[in-house]
Unconditional design. Structure first.
Length: 334
């Protein structure tokens, strides 16, 4: 099932004028990245990931999805195959860890037919978003009082009032009865998955401390800390680069044109993987940002960096910096 989605979804997105950047291999069904695709349409960006079971999520993958979406000002489109009980229902959004998950058919229906989901799955069952004002108008046009409607539905008059004020959402079963009585399906509000917003508490969940660092990485972090620059480190293999570099004020002001920077690194003279470098540069390119590569002092810089267009900075040059301005100048010179 995942193989089919990973194979078909890019074609559906491209037919709908999305620009696609893939971060998985169809030969490797166990992609450890926290994303399978990045998608871009106009000036809007989306992080797309397919999950086999939305009740068996990797905590660090979810954290990295949230951090990247905030860092890059993009929205998550998360596709699930099943939960712990059954396959995901269509036209339904499932909330896990504050993020929305939908079925394969739901995303295809949205893209191909512009029909959005209307159910939200929560503990105890599904709820449906209704246009309360329109519901009230239709009820009055049919000369049905709140008391009469409450009797037909088996709920209280106060509940009807809450539906019409949109302080309460009806269950899927009650919503179907309301549609049958009022004879107008336009009262259903569609949920635009492309505009989903979620909150993340940066004070509680410090994005600059995502994993244990090696001595080389810790030294880099301390250098950037000393000159007032934040670094965000990701769990190995879950993001197509090692870390992000931001101004200390970036999380207060997401309109910074220079940041974030995406960086790979090498703390030894091991051969650099071409695919990794291409991922790094492609990731930066789609967001109109910059990438760099930080290496130790003995690293032999090959032509591949010039060919791909990723600037290289050696550790000894970073150690000479005293201010954020020094770093910006060093990067631009590189």
């Amino acid at each position: 099932m995942i193989y089919d989605i990973l194979q078909d979804l890019p074609q559906v997105l491209k037919r709908n004028n999305f620009e696609i950047l893939s971060f998985h291999s169809l030969q490797d069904k166990r992609n450890k990245f926290c994303l399978d695709f990045l998608a871009k349409k106009d000036n809007l960006f989306y992080l797309i990931k397919v999950f086999p079971n939305i009740d068996n999520l990797n905590e660090s993958v979810i954290e990295n999805i949230k951090i990247l979406c905030h860092l890059l000002n993009c929205n998550p489109i998360l596709i699930g195959i099943k939960n712990r009980y059954q396959n995901l229902d269509d036209n339904t959004i499932y909330i896990r860890e504050g993020l929305p998950f939908i079925s394969k058919n739901t995303i295809y229906t949205v893209l191909n037919n512009n029909i959005y989901p209307y159910c939200l799955s929560r503990k105890g069952g599904k709820i449906v978003f209704l246009n309360g004002e329109l519901m009230k108008t239709l009820r009055e046009q049919k000369d049905i009082s709140r008391s009469e409607l409450s009797e037909k539905l088996g709920v209280t008059k106060r509940t009807i009032c809450s539906y019409e004020n949109e302080n309460l959402r009806p269950s899927n079963e009650i919503a179907e009865e309301i549609l049958e009585i009022l004879e107008d399906s336009s009262i259903i509000k569609k949920i635009n998955i492309f505009e989903w917003r979620f909150e993340i508490d940066f004070d509680k969940e410090d994005p600059t401390k995502k994993r244990e660092l090696t001595d080389f990485e810790l030294h880099l972090k301390n250098i950037f800390d000393d000159i007032g620059i934040a670094t965000i480190w990701y769990k190995k293999g879950q993001v197509p680069f090692e870390f992000s570099i931001c101004s200390k004020n970036f999380f207060l002001n997401f309109n910074d044109e220079f940041y974030p920077l995406f960086s790979g690194l090498s703390q030894n003279n091991a051969k650099i993987n071409d695919t990794m470098l291409n991922h790094l540069q492609s990731f930066a390119k789609i967001f109109h940002k910059d990438a760099l590569f930080i290496v130790n002092n003995d690293f032999k810089i090959s032509d591949i960096f010039n060919r791909i267009g990723v600037p290289v900075i050696k550790l000894k040059d970073l150690e000479k910096m005293d201010t954020e301005k020094d770093f910006v100048e060093l990067f631009e010179e590189s």
